[in-house]
Design a binder for this molecule. Structure first.
Ligand code: ATP
Length: 442
C-alpha cells in the first residue's frame, strides 16, 4: 500500500474515533505524511510547538490505526518541516566522528552539579564511570523524572573523560537522533557509514533511551551496537525516565543488557538541595538574589529543576524590566501565576476526568453521561479506577461525581480496569500514562 492511501484510510478511522474538534485541529490539515520507510511513517506537523502534545496524546492511537490499515505494525515519527527537509537531503555528511570534540553543553559538568540526597547515588556512580570508563560499571543506566538532571550528569561524565584523555571519542546523542540517523542512513543506503560512526567511539551516551521502545528496527540496530561496543570494552551510558524493566515494549534482550552494569536512580531533590541548586545558578550567572527569595522559590517548586531554574530566570528578567531590586515582594509578583498554579495541588476527580477525556478526545459530559458505547465506557471506567486510586474518595462519592452512578457500578468498573491491566500490557501502559499526565497536570 502506498503512503497516501495508508494515510487517507488511517485518517478516515481517526475521524471516527476522535471527536470532531480534536480531529480537525490535530490531524486534518495539521499533519502531512512525508515519507514511508519500512515500518515507519514520517509525518510533518505544521504546528511545530504541538509536536510533543500530539506525541503524548495521539501517537499511540494513530499508530494503532496505521497498523490496522496496513495489517502490520507501523510507527510514526513526528517532524517539523525543517527536520523532514534535512532528512530528505542527500548531501548529508555522516562522518563527523573524526572530530574528538564531544559537543557537550559546557554548563553540564560535575563542578556545577549540586549533590543532595536524591542524586547522591547516581552522582557517585557517574563519577566512578568517569574515572574508570568501561571498567567500573558498563553500561551505566541513569533514570529519573523530568528535569531532574539526568542529561546534566551524563554529559558531566563526557566532559570528565574528555578532559582526562582528549583523544577518546565520545558520542552523545538522544535516542530520537539515533533513530533518525539510522532511518536516514537506511534511506540513503549509508548504513555502513552509520555503523562505523557509532561503533568506533570509546564512549556512547544515549539520552532518553525509552523512546526506542516499540521501534523494531531501531531496537535491533541498537542491540547490535550495544553488543559490539560492550564486547570491545567501550563505555555505554544511558538515561531514561524509568528503570529498564518498566519500559513498555522494550525488547527483553535489551532490557536485560541495560541491567548488566549499574542502574542508578535520581529522585526529587529535597528543599535544601533545591536552594543549593538555585544558589549555584546565581553564582554561574553572576546575579545576586537574597537567600529568603531562593528559599521561597525552592519551597514552591518541588519537582522539576528545569522549572526551578525557569523561575529564577523569569524573576531576574522581571526585576530588570521593572527596574526594581529582587525582594520577596517582587518575587511574589513576578512568579504569581506559577505559584498560584502550584496551589491547586490536590488531585481531584474533576482533574482526572478532564485528563482522561482530553487523552481520548472526549468531552466531560461523556464522563458523566449515560452513553454505553465502548469508546466512552472504557475511558470512563479508567477515570473511575484512577479516581479511586489517586483520591481519597469512597465508592459512593465516586458514583455521585460520575453522573450519579451506583457504588457497585464503580466497583465493577475498577475491577474491570484492574483485570484488563493484568491481561494486557498495552492497557496497563495507557493507564499509567494517564496517571502521569494527571500528576504532571497538578
Ligand atoms: N543537581 C543539579 N545541580 C545543578 N543543576 C541541576 C541539577 N540537576 C538538574 N540541574 C539542571 O536542571 C536542568 C534540567 O536538567 P536535565 O536536562 O539534565 O534533566 P533531565 O533529567 O535530563 O530532564 P528530561 O527528563 O527532560 O530529559 C538543567 O539545566 C540542569 O543543569
Amino acid at each position: 500500500m502506498n503512503m497516501e492511501s495508508l494515510w487517507e484510510q488511517t485518517c478516515a478511522l481517526l475521524s471516527r474515533e476522535m471527536n470532531y474538534v480534536s480531529y480537525s485541529t490535530w490531524v486534518d490539515g495539521n499533519m502531512v505524511p512525508g515519507m514511508l520507510e519500512d515500518d515507519t511513517l514520517f509525518v510533518v506537523v505544521k504546528m511545530e510547538r504541538m509536536i510533543s502534545m500530539i506525541q503524548n496524546k495521539y501517537a499511540d492511537l494513530i499508530e494503532r490505526k496505521l497498523t490496522e490499515v496496513a495489517g502490520k505494525a507501523v510507527h510514526i515519527v513526528l517532524l517539523t518541516k525543517d527536520e523532514m527537509k534535512a532528512r530528505t537531503e542527500t548531501d548529508e555528511d555522516t562522518d563527523k566522528t573524526d572530530d574528538t570534540d564531544p559537543h557537550l553543553n559546557p554548563k553540564y559538568t560535575f563542578e556545577s552539579f549540586v549533590v543532595g540526597n536524591g542524586n547522591r547515588f547516581a552522582h557517585a556512580a557517574a563519577l566512578a564511570v568517569a574515572e574508570s570508563p568501561a571498567e567500573a560499571y558498563n553500561p551505566l543506566f541513569i533514570y529519573g523524572g523530568v528535569g531532574l538532571g539526568k542529561t546534566h550528569l551524563m554529559q558531566a561524565i563526557g566532559h570528565f573523560i574528555h578532559q582526562s584523555d582528549p583523544k577518546k571519542k565520545i558520542l552523545y546523542m538522544t535516542s530520537e537522533s539515533f533513530t533518525n540517523e539510522l532511518i536516514s542512513a537506511i534511506q540513503l543506503k549509508k548504513t555502513y557509514e552509520f555503523r562505523e560512526k557509532i561503533r568506533k567511539v570509546d564512549v556512547l551516551m544515549v539520552d532518553d533511551i525509552q523512546f526506542i521502545a516499540g521501534r523494531e528496527s531501531t531496537q535491533q540496530e541498537f542491540f547490535n551496537t550495544f553488543n559490539e561496543l560492550h564486547n570491545d570494552n567501550k563505555q555505554i551510558i544511558l538515561t531514561s525516565d524509568k528503570p529498564p524493566k518498566d519500559i513498555q515494549r522494550l525488547e527483553e534482550r535489551l532490557c536485560s543488557r541495560f541491567e548488566w552494569g549499574l542502574v542508578a536512580d535520581i529522585q526529587r531533590p529535597d528543599v535544601d538541595t533545591r536552594v543549593a541548586i538555585l544558589r549555584e545558578k546565581t553564582v554561574q550567572d553572576n546575579i545576586e538574589v537574597p537567600d529568603d527569595v531562593l528559599q521561597l522559590i525552592a519551597g514552591k517548586i518541588d519537582s522539576n529543576i528545569r522549572e526551578l531554574e525557569g523561575c529564577l530566570t523569569r524573576l531576574v528578567a522581571y526585576s530588570t524590566l521593572v527596574k526594581e531590586p529582587i525582594t520577596l515582594d517582587l518575587c511574589e509578583r513576578a512568579l504569581k501565576e506559577i505559584f498560584d498554579s502550584k496551589r491547586h495541588k490536590q488531585i481531584t476527580s474533576e482533574l482526572i476526568m478532564q485528563t482522561v477525556s482530553d487523552y481520548y478526545g472526549l468531552s466531560m459530559d461523556d464522563m458523566t453521561g449515560p452513553t454505553r458505547k465502548r469508546e466512552i465506557t472504557v475511558p470512563r471506567q479508567i477515570a473511575m479506577y484512577l479516581t479511586r486510586e489517586m483520591t481519597g474518595m469512597s465508592l459512593p462519592q465516586i458514583g455521585t461525581v460520575f453522573g450519579g452512578r451506583d457504588h457497585t457500578t464503580v466497583l465493577h468498573s475498577c475491577k474491570t480496569v484492574e483485570a484488563n491491566m493484568t491481561a494486557n500490557t498495552d492497557i496497563k501502559a495507557v493507564v499509567e500514562d494517564i496517571k502521569t499526565l494527571v500528576k504532571n497536570a497538578q
